[in-house]
Design a protein around this ligand. Structure first.
Ligand SMILES: NC(=O)c1ccc[n+]([C@@H]2O[C@H](COP(=O)([O-])OP(=O)(O)OC[C@H]3O[C@@H](n4cnc5c(N)ncnc54)[C@H](OP(=O)(O)O)[C@@H]3O)[C@@H](O)[C@H]2O)c1
Length: 277
């Protein structure tokens, strides 16, 4: 398959490009500053020129608190950029895999979210990603929307590396205990993304590592596995005082992937252990 990956230098993009190439796929990557997906005309033209069988659209402005302060930029990258990619993919007739997020939900449910649960984003980031989903659904027939959560791995800033570093430098760290989600190793997501792209089972999928934890429980497991001598102390979301609201429950039931592909990803604790090596 000829694959185009947008956001190819990001956390997930770095892993995906490497793993698709290892599977023998032909992969082209786009990222800033070489290609800005908010340039609608250029994006559509270049998709035609590249002629991919599938576009993995990962490029996004993922700074959740930053998006809250600059709604225009969030909408431009996460909605308009996605719309441009979806238009290009539809005109060419290729498949589109769009990465979305648990933050499209309000987190007030008492059970894991299913693919057909009603979204209700609490933040500008969540709204802009949901509008990206709607642009994909309305514009491109051969699409997959994949919502995942709490990614780590690859390149750039991520929670696991931050906690690992802080636990070496400090004897005490405070971590939020009233937001629950499914930590997911980006590397574990790459195989399902590849499988989807090879199939014609279009639609919306929740794909995460199995199980759930609060950020506090996740941090405690990281500290335990790295053997650092650091106390992890729970704090509330209110105490953390972040600009953007986050869902209290971010757990995604991997219902469609399990039904259509017959499996779920391994427990988050096993993935974390593998990542930490
Ligand atoms: N991280 C998570 O926990 C998580 C959870 C669920 C879903 N997702 C989704 O998964 C996808 C990948 O996430 P990630 O964590 O890998 O994000 P990331 O590390 O921030 O990577 C996104 C990449 O897109 C690039 N980009 C930003 N604006 C662009 C533009 N206008 N044109 C082209 N490229 C642009 C970024 O470049 P700069 O770094 O220069 O801005 C970055 O390299 C995103 O769509 C995100 O919404 C992430």
């Amino acid at each position: 398959m000829r694959c185009l990956v947008t956001g190819s230098r990001g956390l997930l993009g770095t892993e995906l490009v490497e793993r698709l190439r290892a599977k023998g796929e032909e992969v082209l990557g786009w990222d800033l500053p070489g290609h800005d997906v908010t340039d609608v005309g250029r994006t559509i033209n270049r998709i035609h020129k590249v002629g991919p069988d599938v576009v993995f659209h990962l490029a996004a402005w993922t700074d959740v608190d930053g998006c809250e302060k600059d709604q225009g930029k969030a909408m431009s990258v996460n909605f308009q950029g996605t719309w441009a990619v979806a238009l290009g993919a539809e005109e060419l007739g290729c498949k589109l895999v769009y990465m979305s997020t648990d933050y499209v939900f309000d987190g007030r449910k008492k059970r894991p979210y299913r693919e057909n649960d009603k979204p209700g984003p609490l933040s500008v980031y969540g709204r802009s990603k949901l509008m990206g989903e709607q642009a994909v659904t309305r514009t491109c027939k051969r699409h997959f929307i994949v919502r995942s959560s709490w990614l780590y791995g690859g390149r750039g800033r991520n929670f696991v590396d931050t906690i690992r570093r802080k636990a070496k430098e400090q004897d005490r760290i405070e971590v939020v205990d009233d937001q629950v989600g499914s930590p997911t190793w980006a590397a574990d997501l790459c195989q399902p993304l590849h499988e989807l792209a090879q199939s014609d089972k279009f639609g919306t999928y929740h794909i995460t590592n199995s199980g759930q934890a609060s950020w506090f429980e996740f941090a405690r497991e990281i500290v335990k596995l790295t053997g650092a001598d650091c106390e992890v102390v729970p704090q509330t979301t209110e105490q953390a005082g972040r600009p953007a609201a986050r869902p209290a429950l971010s757990v995604l039931e991997n219902r469609n992937f399990k039904r259509r592909f017959g499996r779920v990803l391994r427990p988050w604790q096993d993935a974390l252990q593998a990542y930490l090596g």
